[in-house]
Design a protein around this ligand. Structure first.
Ligand code: NAD
Length: 435
C-alpha cells in the first residue's frame, strides 16, 4: 500500500487526492507499473503554502491563504491552473496537480503537472481588491514559476484578466516581458487563438469520434450540462452548433430543464442579465425559451438525474458519487470538470454500462492549447485560429484513439486506459532519466 494512503481507514471518506491515487493504483496494477514509479507519482515534488496580504477598499489589511502544488516535471515544466474558491484546500490542489501530470501524459504534450488555489470568495472583492490579491499571489510564488519552470493558467473563478495581471506582475519582477509565465491570457497580451473554447472543443472532438463510431445522430442526442462557466457555456454552444440538442443546464444556484431544447446563446445572454440560469426564460408563471419551448427550474441534484443521452459535468469535483450514481440516466458522461466522479461512482456507472469519458482525456484540450500558447510566447510568433484548431483536433483524436485501443487491449474502462497511456509515458521518461 502506498504511503499516501496509510492513514485511510475503511470508514473514512477518501480525500480527493486519495481518490486520484486510487485511480492510478487500478491502472498501475493492470499495466504492472514499476512499483517505485507508482511511489514517486504518489507524492507531489513541491508543495507551497503562502500568505497574501491585501489592502482592502476599507483601508484594512486582510491576509488570504494560497497554495501551489508542483506534482511532477519529469516530462517538462509544471503546468496547471489557479482556482479562486472559498472552499479550496491543499488536498484538492494536490489532486488537481496530479491529474495535470497524468493529463499531459494522456495527450502526450511535454509538460508536467501543477495546480494553484487561493481561498477566497471572489464575489466579495472589488476589481481593485481582486487585482491586489492576484498580484500578491504572483509575488508569493514568483521564485517557483516561469516559462521553463511552472506555468499557471485559469481554472474555476479565474479568467483571462487575472492571467494578464499575473503576466504583468511577473514581468515587472523579472524586469523584462515574460508573457509565457502564464497561459489563458487575453489575445492582446500574448494569448492564443482558441484558448477560451479549447477545453470544451477538445471534449467535443472526442465526443464526436464516439458518436460517429456508434452511428448516433447528434440531432436525436439530448445533452444535459452541469456548470455554465468557461467549460460549460462553451460546450453548450459547440454542441448546439454541432447539431446536438441541449435540454438542461445549471450553475451554482440551480438549473433549467427545457424538453424542447435550449439555445445556448440565449442562455448566455440571459445569465449575464439575471445572474443565474435558473432565472432565465421567465414569462409569468411559465418558463419558456424565446423559441417557445416550455422549461422548468430544477435543482442541481435533479439535473444530474434527468433523462438524457449525454451528461456533461463541467462544474466541480465529487458530483456523481455512490449516493446518486445509481440514479444517473445518461448513456454517456463527458467529464469536462476535474474529478466530478468518485471511484465508488465509477464502479456503479460501469455496472450500469454508462460510458464515462474521463476528465484526463475529455478536458485535456485546455492544457493542449495552453501548451500552444506557451510555444507561441516563447517563439514570439503567433498562429491563426485555424492552425490552433487543426493541431488541437489532431492531438485530441489521436489521444482518443490510443485510449480506446488500450481500453480494448486491457479490457478496462476509458479512465483506466487513459491512466495507462499516461503512466507508460511517465514510466518511460523516468526510467530514461535514471529515476
Ligand atoms: P468557471 O469558473 O468558468 O465556471 C464554473 C461554473 O460551475 C460556474 O457556472 C458555476 O456557477 C458552476 N458551479 C459551481 N458550483 C456548482 C454546482 N455545485 N453545481 C452546478 N454548477 C456549479 O470554471 P471553468 O473554468 O468552467 O471550470 C469548470 C471545471 O472545468 C473545473 O472542474 C475545472 O477544473 C475544469 N477545467 C477547466 C478548464 C479551463 O480551461 N477553464 C480546463 C480543464 C478543466
Amino acid at each position: 500500500m502506498i504511503s499516501a494512503l496509510k492513514h485511510l481507514t475503511p470508514s473514512s471518506p477518501m480525500s480527493l487526492f486519495e481518490n486520484t491515487i486510487a485511480q492510478m493504483q487500478k491502472a498501475a496494477k493492470l499495466m504492472q507499473l514499476t512499483p517505485h514509479i507508482e511511489e514517486l507519482l504518489s507524492h507531489p515534488q513541491r508543495i507551497l503554502e503562502v500568505s497574501i496580504p491585501v489592502k482592502m477598499d476599507s483601508g484594512a489589511t486582510k491576509v488570504f491563504r494560497g497554495f501551489r502544488v508542483q506534482h511532477n516535471n519529469v516530462r517538462g515544466p509544471y503546468k496547471g491552473g489557479i482556482r479562486f474558491h472559498p472552499e479550496v484546500d491543499m488536498e484538492e490542489v494536490k489532486a488537481l496537480s496530479m491529474w495535470m501530470t497524468i493529463k499531459c501524459g494522456v495527450v502526450n504534450i511535454p509538460l508536467g503537472g501543477a495546480k494553484g488555489g487561493v481561498i477566497v470568495d471572489h464575489t466579495q472583492l472589488s476589481a481593485r481588491e481582486l487585482e491586489g490579491l492576484t498580484r500578491g499571489y504572483t509575488r508569493a510564488i514568483a521564485p517557483f514559476i516561469g516559462p521553463e519552470q511552472d506555468v499557471p493558467a485559469p481554472d474555476v473563478y479565474t479568467n483571462p484578466q487575472i492571467m494578464a495581471w499575473i503576466a504583468d506582475e511577473y514581468s515587472m519582477l523579472q524586469g523584462r516581458n515574460k508573457l509565457g509565465v502564464v497561459t489563458g491570457k487575453p489575445l492582446a497580451v500574448g494569448g492564443s487563438e482558441g484558448r477560451n473554447e479549447a477545453t470544451s472543443q477538445g471534449g467535443v472532438y472526442v465526443l464526436q469520434e464516439i458518436v460517429k463510431n456508434l452511428g448516433l445522430n447528434p440531432k436525436e442526442t439530448r445533452v444535459v450540462i452541469q456548470g455554465f462557466g468557461n467549460a460549460g457555456a462553451n460546450v453548450a454552444n459547440l454542441l448546439d452548433q454541432a447539431g446536438f440538442k441541449v435540454i438542461g443546464i445549471s450553475d451554482s444556484k440551480g438549473g433549467l430543464y427545457c424538453e424542447g431544447g435550449i439555445h445556448p446563446q440565449e442562455a448566455i445572454a440571459c445569465k449575464r442579465e439575471k445572474g443565474e440560469v435558473g432565472e432565465c426564460f421567465v414569462a409569468g408563471m411559465e418558463y419558456t425559451t424565446n423559441a417557445g419551448n416550455a422549461c422548468r427550474k430544477v435543482t442541481n441534484a435533479e439535473l444530474l438525474e434527468l433523462e438524457c443521452d449525454i451528461l456533461v459535468l463541467s462544474a466541480l469535483e465529487n458530483q456523481v458519487t455512490k449516493d446518486n450514481a445509481d440514479r444517473v440516466k445518461a448513456k454517456f458522461i463527458l467529464e469536462l470538470a476535474n474529478g466530478p466522479t468518485t471511484p465508488e461512482a465509477d464502479e456503479i456507472l460501469k455496472a450500469k454500462n454508462i460510458l464515462v469519458i474521463p476528465d484526463i482525456l475529455a478536458n485535456a484540450g485546455g492544457v493542449t492549447v495552453s501548451y500552444f500558447e506557451l510555444v507561441q510566447n516563447e517563439a514570439n510568433f503567433y498562429w491563426s485560429a485555424e492552425e490552433v484548431d487543426q493541431r488541437l483536433k489532431a492531438i485530441m483524436v489521436s489521444a482518443w484513439q490510443h485510449v480506446d485501443q488500450l481500453s480494448k487491449q486491457y479490457h478496462c474502462t476509458l479512465r483506466e486506459a487513459a491512466f495507462i497511456a499516461a503512466l507508460k509515458r511517465l514510466e518511460e521518461a523516468m526510467l530514461a532519466r535514471g529515476m
